[in-house]
Design a protein. Structure first.
Length: 271
C-alpha cells in the first residue's frame, strides 16, 4: 500500500495518539502510513506514549506490532499493567522466539479485539548470540522480516520500534545515510504507520543519532523533562508533522486516571 494522492483533506485518514488535548491540535491524529520519530531522554515515557496509541487502537480492533529491542516484553507489560491498562480488552500476543511467529500468526485475526503483538528481540538476541557471534548485519533484516510478515499475513497497520538507538547498537550501520533511507522507504512502502523511538541526549541537543532521521521522518514528537522550582514536569511537542496543520506549542504531558493528557502550556506559571 504505497502513498496515494487524495482528492480532498477529509480523505486523509489519521491514527490518534489518544492523548487528550494533543490529537485535537494535530487535526485528529497522525496521517496513516507516516513514519514518526518519538524522541526523548530516558524515562520521559516514550514507550508508554507509543504503547498507549497501539493499545487504544487495538481496543478499537486494529492490530499493532511492538518490537522491543532492550526492555523485555514482561517488563513492558508489567509497566503498562501498573499504569492501569486493561489488557483483557486486547488480544495480547507476546513472541519471544522467532520460530513461534508462524504458529502465532494464525491466532492473529482481523475483526473483534485487535491484537497487540509484542516481539521481544532482546530475548531472541540473547539466544542467538550464543550460537552466532557475527550476526550484526542480519539484525536489520530480522526486524524487516518480522514487520513484513506480520503486516502482510496478519494485517497489521501499526508499528512501534523501541528503539532506533538500540538498533544502532545491534546493527552498526556502515553508511547510515543510505541504510536509514532504505529503512524509512521500506516502512513507507508497506504503508504501516510507524513510531520509531529515539533516545535523546540529556542536553536535548538533537532528536536522533545521525540527525538524518529528522529529515527522513514524516513527523517528530519530542518529550522533555523540565524542572520548575523543585517539580519535574514532562513536556510534549510536535516538532513536525507532514500533511498536518499542527500546533507546535509545548504542552505539559500528564498521565491521570489511565489517560494521557496534554495540557496547554507554553507559558510560565504566574509566580
Ligand atoms: N502511573 C504510572 N505507573 C508507572 N509508571 C509511571 C506512572 N506514571 C509515570 N510513570 C513513569 O513512567 C516512566 C517510565 O515510562 P517509559 O518506560 O514509558 O519511559 P521511557 O521514556 O520509554 O523510558 P526508557 O528511556 O527507560 O525507555 C517511569 O519513570 C515512571 O516513573
Ligand atoms: Mg522505553
Amino acid at each position: 500500500m504505497a502513498e496515494r494522492v487524495v482528492g480532498d483533506k477529509t480523505q486523509i485518514k489519521r491514527i490518534k495518539l489518544h492523548i487528550q488535548g494533543l490529537d485535537e491540535n494535530i487535526q485528529g491524529g497522525i496521517p496513516e502510513g507516516h513514519v514518526t520519530l518519538v524522541s526523548g531522554a530516558a524515562g520521559t515515557m516514550k514507550s508508554s506514549v507509543c504503547f498507549n496509541s497501539l493499545y487504544h487502537e487495538a481496543v478499537a480492533g486494529k492490530n499493532g506490532l511492538y518490537i522491543s529491542l532492550e526492555q523485555s516484553a514482561e517488563s513492558l507489560v508489567n509497566h503498562m499493567v501498573n499504569m492501569g491498562y486493561d489488557l483483557s480488552k486486547v488480544d495480547l500476543v507476546m513472541v519471544k522466539e522467532l520460530a513461534e511467529l508462524k504458529n502465532r500468526m494464525d491466532g492473529i485475526k482481523s475483526g473483534g479485539k485487535g491484537s497487540l503483538i509484542i516481539v521481544d528481540i532482546g530475548t531472541i538476541r540473547k539466544e542467538i548470540r550464543d550460537v552466532n557471534t557475527d550476526e550484526n548485519k542480519s539484525w536489520m533484516n530480522v526486524i524487516k522480516n518480522v514487520v513484513k510478515k506480520i503486516n502482510v499475513e496478519a494485517g497489521c497497520p501499526l508499528f512501534v520500534l523501541d528503539s532506533l538507538s538500540a538498533l544502532y547498537v545491534l546493527s552498526r550501520f556502515e553508511n547510515p545515510r543510505i541504510e536509514l533511507f532504505y529503512i524509512f522507504e521500506f516502512l513507507r512502502d508497506l504503508g504501516i504507520t510507524s513510531f520509531l523511538i529515539s533516545e535523546m541526549p540529556l542536553d536535548g541537543s538533537k532528536y536522533s543519532e545521525y540527525e538524518i532521521e529528522d529529515f527522513l521522518s514524516d513527523g517528530i514528537i519530542t518529550i522533555r523533562l523540565t524542572t520548575y522550582r523543585r517539580q519535574v514536569v514532562r513536556e510534549i511537542s510536535v516538532v513536525k508533522m507532514r500533511t498536518t496543520a499542527c500546533n507546535n506549542d509545548i504542552f505539559s504531558l500528564e498521565f491521570r486516571n489511565g489517560q494521557f493528557q496534554a495540557l496547554y502550556g507554553g507559558q510560565n506559571p504566574l509566580l
